[in-house]
Ligand binder design. Sequence first.
Ligand code: ATP
Ligand code: MG
Length: 215
Amino acid sequence: MKTNIKIEAINIKKVFNRTTVFSNISFILEEGSALAIAGKNGSGKSTLAKIIAGVLTPNAGEFIFSINDKEIALVNRFKYLGFVSPYLQLYEEFTALENIQIYSGVRKLNFNNKNLSSLFTKVGLFDRKGDPVRTYSSGMKQRLKYAFALLHQPPLLILDEPRSNLDSDGISIVYDIVKEQKQKGSVIIATNDKEDLQYCDSIIDLNVKVNNSNK
Ligand SMILES: Nc1ncnc2c1ncn2[C@@H]1O[C@H](COP(=O)(O)OP(=O)(O)OP(=O)(O)O)[C@@H](O)[C@H]1O
Ligand SMILES: [Mg+2]
């Protein structure tokens, strides 16, 4: 089901400790497309991804997140997005299934068990879903993050370093997820990897933005 998502960023600026990470970031992301955030280490990819997710607030600029032409308030944004990132913490002592139950309980997310089973199958963890996360390899933890992100079938999927710790099978699963997500909504990928860019329709290069803002 299409959700008619539209994201518009107008002159976004982020400052940490008086240092401007980026400024004048503007883009429009429409339904059915993927946007890449590229740039070297420290250029602000994760920072921008967090601003889009509503985890961080920008110092200047405007950000409009709308579904079917209705603007979504910042506090509700999490309901409409899934976020895969290196800084998502999992409870090591709980099983993958328990982690998902805790997370969806806290966030009051709706999902059905059939969808959950198919997600575990999709990410190749069906047989390991009852094992504590501390027994997972790093690639298995990364795969689990995709199950988390897709659980509530969000219209926006934000991937920060999407291929972290993944083997070639894991990377093809990610690309399948990206292609499927573009049928249902939109994708934002923060990456340093050129191959990831092939799946994106437009690119924000933060290196260029940093250079421009220093002029
Ligand atoms: N919480 C914070 N407090 C202060 N500075 C921060 C904070 N988070 C990030 N920064 C700074 O903001 C800049 C951008 O960091 P960010 O993590 O967004 O970069 P990145 O492009 O994602 O890098 P990488 O490719 O290494 O993941 C860096 O200079 C970083 O030190
Ligand atoms: Mg980063």
